[in-house]
Design a protein. Sequence first.
Lengths: 424, 146
Amino acid sequence: MTKMKLTAEEKAILDGSQGEVMAKILKTLVMFGEAVGATDFVPVKNCGHLVTSFGLKMITPVYKIMDEIIAAGIKAPYGFTADPRPIDYENVKCNPIEKLVFSKFMYSKQKDYEEQLKKIGLKDSDSFTCACYLDDVGNKPKYGEAIGWAESSAVVFANSVLGARCNRNSGMIDIFQSIACRALNYGFMKDEGRKAKWIVEVKTTKKPEAQILGSAIGMKVVEDVPYIKGLDKWIGTEINEDVISYLKDFGAATASNGAVGLYHIDNVTPEAKEKGKDLILSDAKVYVIDDHEIERVYKSYPVMWKNPDAKPKLCFIGCPHATFKQLNWWTEHIGQKLNEHGKKKVNTQTVITAAPAVAEKFRKTENYQKLLSYGVRLSSICPLMYTNNPLEKSKPIITSSNKLRTYSNAKYLMDKDILETITR
Amino acid sequence: MKEFKGRPLTGGTFKGEAVVSHVGFNTLASLQKSAMKAQPIICSDQNNPDLYGKPMTGKVFCLPVTIGSTTGGMILQTSCQMGINFGAMLFSKEADSLALAGLILAKNWEENYIVGVDKLGDDFLNYVKDGMTIEVTEDGTVKVYE
């Protein structure tokens, strides 16, 4: 294994200069770093993000480590946000058996765990979202800044759209890096690790659905970096709210259907704008995506429902959490479709999820009242954690999220098909 | 006996019976049911035809890499705290970051840990079968007895 180069301060921490717990935290990072080929640490001077937001009963070692950290008086100096909460009984209805399973068996530690997180630096009680990088939430690293996150959809967004530097970390390694104010220097931290091994040529005749395009690319390139050409024709070259929404969903699909941690889009993402084709390795492979390929990928998804023709009982929109723009888009389009079908309310329990700060902003708008009148609920829950309940595995759930499809039995539908299904 | 050489990840030695997965091991899906009850591991991943329903606690677990949720590492650590862990994890490929994190978290924060060796090669995974006795030494040498 490669030996990491440590500073005198880091060596002293390992020797206990900042206490036994801090020494263990750094020792864990060094062991992990040497196994993955990290050369040294880079400083982290910004807000962290914790993937383990859920008080799952069984992860007792996490609670024990948090107790040790609290007892040692250690905190993440720049604070951190965390992934969404796993339960929201007010907006995502559960029957008594489901509630029992969630509250007593699965997430029985949620309240205690949140108390622990506050003590070690959780920004505030509204910090629970996977889309922490949105302006309304405010955990938005700058171009070139090193971060140590683990949430895969946030990592790929931060690397690609913001130009920050972050590896695809594991849970706990993320909070250790935030506490130590250091990230391991390997992979995406280095210029050579950010070069593309794939050229993806988008040759569709219309704007490709973000979720399917991301899925296709993720499944093809797996963990490699793709350089995507031809997408600027459909999304433009400016990173505005529409593009942020598109790339959020696209990136989450690349990261969950494959293991992509960074992509470049010609003329769009910051490093592609700055360095252009210099980002492409000379032996890069080529993947062409046309209408047929999008259709082939869409049709390849298995339906995991016991009865594939069952009527959906639940629809989740917003994984990763929806942007403000997307909340308005869904409200307007659900309204239009209901009108077309002569209906007043959706025919399926429908939940749109967004970060607490985004949801709060939206609740102050007229569209929120409209959304409620259509029978749709707004929540900040994590749909993934909700569907993790064994009772939900047999429930026919539809979703506009390819990430949720991948990690649950939910059936993915394109946005237009979701609209049609819930309003007809 | 056939010998293979890999990269030691956590140090330590272990001798035990092999259990083999030829596909990526979904840690959360496989251990969730057992860990919820703090009972010895019976693989609960229905998508893993090699392992589904098999006992795994105390075994020498041979696999390519782990896959699935980023909680995977913490679940491995949890199994160590509960004392229901594998004796060793032997990866044919380079261990993925989630499994690595789990092995290293357990090594540093729990009394029990899993002896880990990676980069053993495809030949290793093709050769080893359920029930074979495997001995793992400190330097990453893996001896497989038929």
